[in-house]
Design a protein around this ligand. Structure first.
Ligand code: CU
Length: 505
């Protein structure tokens, strides 16, 4: 049904696309086509419209192996431009999919061919980097499978978490800029009263666990109508039928626009084996932090006696939940509550302090240290990097071959998930504590924290570097990492992100 409708839609939209190849890139050398189009969604019984990025057969996103290489043609079936970014991939700069940084936007009915060798395996994702399309669920998993990872588990599933609002994203942003209560918490005063919250704790015997703490609700920008997992709310969650005794690899992606998560695996024992697609020394637990745009790979052991095991994600600063269920044959599917008893606390450094990269960067002195001070003017909804908002930015400048350190200092009351395109960074210091930390592409910087990361400047170009809270990015918490002598043909900082906002919404 969906496929039929899709063909009809494409037929109407672009007559010249009459032949569809269902072959994979590996079979034929032809690119996999990804169609970006508007689709209906039902959230809590109400109809809405969102964007899907899917293959002709309806598969959302991409599953590739290193041997496939990356060979994808994006077809824009929207009535506005788009541009698709491959989050976390180490790729040539001009394949990175950021409008006015690495390419021009793809116009309506236009296409763009992305082709490059794959150098990684693991859990990644893809999303629109154009305007506020990401809030309309213009995101999908991008799984780079490897034999090594497949050997770790008997079965594997992917869970894409999102936040959903019936309010059009441009209106959400307009309201945030006005500091309007109800939609955002940017009303300057925060209720000082402490309350009971769910937070994460470390327990030497069991690992990461949920605990009830007294604290203040963390600042969040947007109040959502629902949190969703694989485009479903809790009343009809994705149910993955698993076998008793099996080890299940869960690839969980925070594809949300402005919601950090805690993931609760409940009764099932689990191990965190990778973050942002990159292996760590495994750590146990059943309660994990997951910042916007980050990923966690969990190995979940299904007991020999079987049963049903909800995997629940709760939004930071809210009681809202979404999730999926792992269930053996005939197991009764439990109802995941729409709301948790207590709101989730803010993300903090509890988890990050205990993560250790499996393949750390080689020892090497730092050639260049770049400060990155995260600032904000709550009342004006202006979010800054080193005091500037894009396009009035200072780029972070590097030379090829350097070992570079970034020192994040968060002067604001909000957590910022900071994302550097085209590179892996390794966390080396958290509030003065040295760590041989995880390799990441997105680093959570909690309020008042200072976090140091290092990376090797070995991928020349102009690279987007920004906060992954969509509305922070849109008002200028965005700059670029610029290599000396890089190709700047597409980089047009004067085309500000705000000007990209669709006028229709
Ligand atoms: Cu931010």
């Amino acid at each position: 049904m969906i496929v039929k409708d899709f063909f009809r839609l494409i037929g109407v939209s672009i007559g010249l696309l009459t032949v569809f190849s269902l072959a994979t890139a590996a079979e034929s050398g032809a690119p996999v086509r990804l169609y970006v189009r508007e689709v209906p969604i039902t959230v809590l019984g109400k109809q809405g419209k969102v964007i899907a990025i899917e293959q002709v057969n309806g598969t959302i996103g991409l599953h590739l192996t290193e041997a496939d290489g990356f060979n994808v043609e994006v077809v824009n079936l929207l009535n506005e431009p788009t541009s698709i970014h491959w989050h976390g991939l180490i790729l040539p700069a001009l394949m990175d999919g950021v409008p006015f940084v690495s390419q021009n936007p793809i116009p309506p009915k236009g296409t763009f061919h992305y082709q490059f060798p794959l150098k990684q395996s693991g859990t990644y994702w893809l999303h629109s980097h154009y305007g506020l399309q990401e809030q309309l669920l213009a995101s999908a998993p991008l799984i780079l499978e490897s034999a090594e990872q497949n050997a770790k588990a008997d079965e594997q599933y992917t869970v894409l978490l999102s936040d959903y609002s019936f309010t059009p994203p441009a209106r959400i942003l307009a309201r945030l800029k006005l500091g309007m209560p109800g939609m955002g918490s940017m009303s300057v005063k925060k209720m000082p009263a402490t309350k009971k919250l769910y937070g994460q704790t470390w327990d030497e015997s069991g690992g990461f666990a949920r605990t009830v703490v007294d604290g203040e609700l963390p600042d969040t920008d947007v109040k959502y109508d629902a949190l969703i997992a694989n485009r479903r709310t809790v009343e009809a969650p994705d149910v993955f039928r698993v076998k008793p005794g099996h080890t299940v690899l869960l690839r969980i992606i925070a594809g949300s626009a402005a919601t950090n998560f805690f993931v609760n695996t409940g009764a099932s024992s689990s191990q965190l084996t990778a973050v942002d697609g990159k292996d760590i020394e495994p750590v146990s637990g059943n309660y994990f932090q997951l910042g916007i745009a980050q990923r966690i790979d969990l190995l979940v052991k299904i007991p020999d006696q079987g049963g049903a095991f909800p995997i629940v994600a709760q939004g930071e600063g809210t009681t809202q939940q979404c999730g999926v269920v792992l269930a053996t044959e005939n197991a009764k599917i439990p109802q995941i509550p729409l709301r948790a008893e207590f709101a989730a606390a803010g993300l903090d450094n509890t988890q990050e302090l205990r993560l250790k990269a499996k393949d750390p960067l080689p020892e090497k002195p730092v050639d260049r240290s770049l400060p990155c001070v995260l600032g904000g003017d709550m009342a004006k909804y202006r979010w800054t990097i080193n005091g500037a908002a894009y396009p009035n930015r200072s780029s972070l400048d590097v030379k090829e071959g350097e070992r570079v350190e970034i020192v994040f200092r968060n002067d604001t009351g909000m957590t910022h998930p900071m994302h550097l395109h085209g590179h892996d960074v390794q966390v080396t210091e958290i509030d003065g504590t040295k760590v041989q930390g995880a390799l990441r592409d997105t680093v959570i910087v909690p309020p008042k924290s200072t976090i140091k990361v290092i990376f090797d400047a070995n991928n020349p170009g102009v690279w987007a570097f920004h906060c992954h809270i969509l509305y922070h990015l849109a008002v200028g918490m965005f700059t670029v990492l610029e290599y000396e002598g890089a190709d700047t043909q597409f980089w047009q900082p004067e085309k500000t992100l705000t000007e990209l906002l669709p006028s229709s919404q």
